[in-house]
Design a protein. Sequence first.
Length: 209
Amino acid sequence: MSVVEIVDHPLIQHKISLLRDRNTGTKEFRDLVSEIAMLLCYEATRDLPTEEVEVETPVALARTKVLAGRKLALVPILRAGLGMVDGMLNLIPAAKVGHIGMYRNEETLEPVEYYCKLPNDINEREVFVLDPMLATGGSACDAIGQIKKRGAKHIKFIGLVAAPQGLKALHEAHPDVDIYVGALDEKLNDNGYIIPGLGDAGDRIFGTK
């Protein structure tokens, strides 16, 4: 049974409120995206397996737990997903990073893939697909489909803000994929943008218009 979780932690909600503010500048926006990604990573990795080891502390021998060595991979959807990578790597620095490039046809609103580079052993890894905005769900659905074609079997999606349509589309297209997002917004407008949303995440992360 897959997980669909709106992570309503107070720190995440506070930082998303700052993200939404049109007056938040590029550097602060970029830092907030990274921080929220790190907090969402904490939730999305809650089920990682551990194993018991012995550690000698300054005063005694302790039986304690470490990660059991599961291989992990981060796959940001270009370009906005890049803003989430550093925050994730702060918690899981041994993860490999792939990239998948998608852009939206502004007439059809359908995703178009232009780049895909994944770790050679992607089939052996638990994969975290990263994209700040889950709007129509088209890019996420297609990206995950491409990753599955290359052999990945254990995939989670992490996003900052989702629209109901995108969340529904992703869950129906890939019911085996766990989904973690920081906020579920009201709707999409006629141009496929999330309302109230936070604008174009890529433009705000990289300072472009």
